[in-house]
Design a binder for this molecule. Sequence first.
Ligand SMILES: N[C@@H](CCC(=O)N[C@@H](CS)C(=O)NCC(=O)O)C(=O)O
Length: 223
Amino acid sequence: MIDVYYWPTPNGWKVSIALEEMEIPYRIVPINIGRGEQFDPGFLEISPNNRIPAIVDTAPDDGDTPLPVFETGAILIYLAEKSGRFLPARPRERSEVISWLMWQMGGLGPMLGQHGHFRLYAPEKIDYAIQRYRKEALRLFGVLDKRLEGREFICGDYSLADMACWPWVITYKSQQLDLGDFPQLRRWYDALKERPALRRGYAVGQELRKATFPDRDASRFKT
Ligand SMILES: N[C@@H](CCC(=O)N[C@@H](CS)C(=O)NCC(=O)O)C(=O)O
């Protein structure tokens, strides 16, 4: 069993989508980041960077004590290795998937996160910051759009790379970023949205989100 310390956010969805896709049994432990539960000492023992999500594998394959993992890139790789799915074994394909996973971890996620912060939540509207992160977010959309030319998925078959990027691309609408200039990205985004496991993963904990942001639920899956 995998315990998932979770809140329904883009980083949280990456893990709930992966668990659904891999058909691994899991249990949700809500960590309400709006109320500061990510700073609780018990949670910090699992996730020392006070960020969700984190997991604990209560029955790791080595038969030893429960195994905690934090940082979504590490979690996705752990789950792929446990299930033997969505991360190719051959070094060439494997490193390609890991490269795009790290691109999401170091680029797409943080830049969209900053854009969302300055555009939607910052108490003071700082135009320089909004424009800086908007430009970077659109540049990254362009990189992904180009990568998807002639490809159904980011790397060969559907993989961790797609699962990591999709939950960030879905924020395009709330962040008021237009996908119109990125036809390949749009095609990929729409196709993935029809995957039943992805939809189940994305729906995990929606009721928690609704309770926190009652006005933000309406845009779900609307394009
Ligand atoms: N690099 C981390 C980022 C995790 C992250 O930023 N999580 C956010 C929610 S999407 C969070 O826990 N925020 C709480 C806070 O800022 O205190 C990962 O990929 O796991």
